[in-house]
Design a protein. Structure first.
Ligand code: IMP
Length: 423
């Protein structure tokens, strides 16, 4: 059976956690393939909010297996906290949570290095979540990293110490004021390693291969969004992994010809956390309203998200890079009450009109060209059927579908599992 992918098409925070949760009953296995605790996937059901960082969003369904793939980076300390929260909620994760031996570990010194690197950049900082993501992927590609499978080996602590020492020298090199007590950090780290060791480690590419062969259904859950992709995002203001469809192949060991549906998730407007270009960003009351009504605060860092109109040029680009086959539009309810809605359909770039995402999209080079739409007043949050949606919203949806050439199959009208309209 083919593997379906679920990907964010903007700068993250599109609502992937909710949709995975909604779709999980259709799948035997939910697998994460990249990113780490920089992600914050929010799920709301039975009146309760749950935030997952590294654990796949299928964990609340008893029947689904949850795989943390080789492409993910794991911070044992944060992972342990996530497990503790699951235990508090009586979620029996032991039998359904599997971890790839090839996933890399985030060490305490990776987090410190992240902080030192950001501090050294001053105004040019990436706006990283400071979870150690970049330094860990650097050690992975530099062939110095420590993987989950290593902690099963007798002498892994020797390797750990050598790497941590090297990191300390690098932190000193940055010459920034980073205060830390490594002994303290390591105490938590090694405690958490013992908890990690009590879980089931697998050769996940083999597991996934056998699952596909035996006809099991798999959903690969992306983290962050396409515009944060290390290759195709707004570099250098990106994360350090491939957040796009290809990342699911390398992050789980799925052959490209085994990919089935590619679900692309986007918000009816746009948000971004951290630094970097954002052509449709709003600095006025409209942006403030989106942030307030949409509760636009980072699920991992709590930072306010920057808000702006939907950028169709960027969305088209993301659909192209990912081969999206079905779209899901989130947070349409947040736009209720706007008199006029705008969608960016082209850019004015160095004096010319262009319809693609250029290499360099710094603010002084680029400004959005908008198409305007009449807004709707109706509260969407109680609606359960497509037939109830206001005409203006249907017009908005029809325009996007026509421009993108891809059907919008789900319209989400609130954070709860139940606030989901299938089309
Ligand atoms: P890092 O991945 O923590 O290094 O952060 C790099 C950039 O990606 C920063 O701008 C972060 O705000 C952004 N970022 C990382 N993870 C997420 C996410 O899950 N949602 C939204 N933005 C993210």
């Amino acid at each position: 059976m083919a593997v379906d992918l679920l990907l964010g098409l903007q700068w993250g925070d599109e609502g992937k956690g909710k949709i995975v949760d909604v779709l999980t009953s259709k799948y035997d296995i939910i697998a994460r393939f990249q990113g780490g605790p920089n992600a914050g996937h929010t799920l709301v059901f039975n009146g309760k909010k749950h935030v997952l960082h590294t654990i796949p969003s299928g964990i609340f369904h008893e029947d689904a297996m949850n795989v943390v793939g080789n492409g993910v980076v794991i911070d044992p300390v944060i992972f342990k906290k996530e497990l503790d929260k699951l235990e508090e909620q009586d979620v029996n994760y032991r039998k359904v949570l599997l971890i790839s031996r090839k996933a890399h570990l985030i060490l305490p010194t990776h987090r410190l290095l992240d902080a030192a690197s950001e501090a050294s950049k001053g105004k040019a900082k990436i706006g990283s979540t400071l979870k150690g993501i970049g330094p860990t992927y650097m050690d992975k590609t530099g062939r110095n990293g420590i993987r989950v499978g290593d902690i099963e080996l007798a002498d892994w602590k020797k390797k750990y110490r050598a790497l941590a020492n090297k990191h300390q020298a690098m932190i000193d090199f940055y010459d920034v004021d980073i205060q830390y007590d490594l002994e303290d950090l390591e105490k938590d780290f090694f405690e958490a390693i013992e908890v990690l060791k009590s879980l089931t480690f697998i050769d996940s590419e083999e597991y996934v291969f056998q699952a596909i062969k035996s006809g099991q259904s798999i959903l690969a859950e992306g983290a962050q969004g396409s515009l944060l992709d290390i290759d195709f995002g707004t570099y250098p203001y990106v994360t350090s992994s491939n957040t796009t469809a290809a990342g699911a192949c390398t992050g789980l060991g799925i052959a490209p010809n085994k990919v089935g549906e590619v679900y692309g998730i986007f918000k009816a407007y746009t948000t971004r956390v951290g630094s970097g270009p954002f052509p449709t960003e709003l600095f006025d009351e409209d942006g403030e309203t989106m942030g307030r009504v949409g509760h636009e605060f980072g699920a991992t860092t709590g930072r306010p998200r920057r808000c702006g109109w939907l950028d169709l040029v960027a969305l088209k680009y993301a659909c192209q890079v990912n081969g999206v086959t079905q779209l899901m539009m989130m947070k349409g309810d947040v736009l209720s009450g706007f008199k006029t809605l705008k969608v960016c359909t082209a850019y004015k770039y160095k004096g010319e009109t262009i319809w693609h995402l250029p290499y360099n999209i710094e603010e002084d080079n680029i400004s959005p060209i908008y198409t305007e739409f009449k807004g709707w007043k109706e509260d969407l949050t109680k609606m359960t059927d497509e037939s109830e949606l206001p005409k203006e919203l249907n017009d908005y949806i029809a325009f996007l579908e026509k421009e993108l050439g891809i059907p919008i199959k789900i319209v989400s009208v609130g954070p709860d599992r139940k606030q989901t309209i299938f089309r």
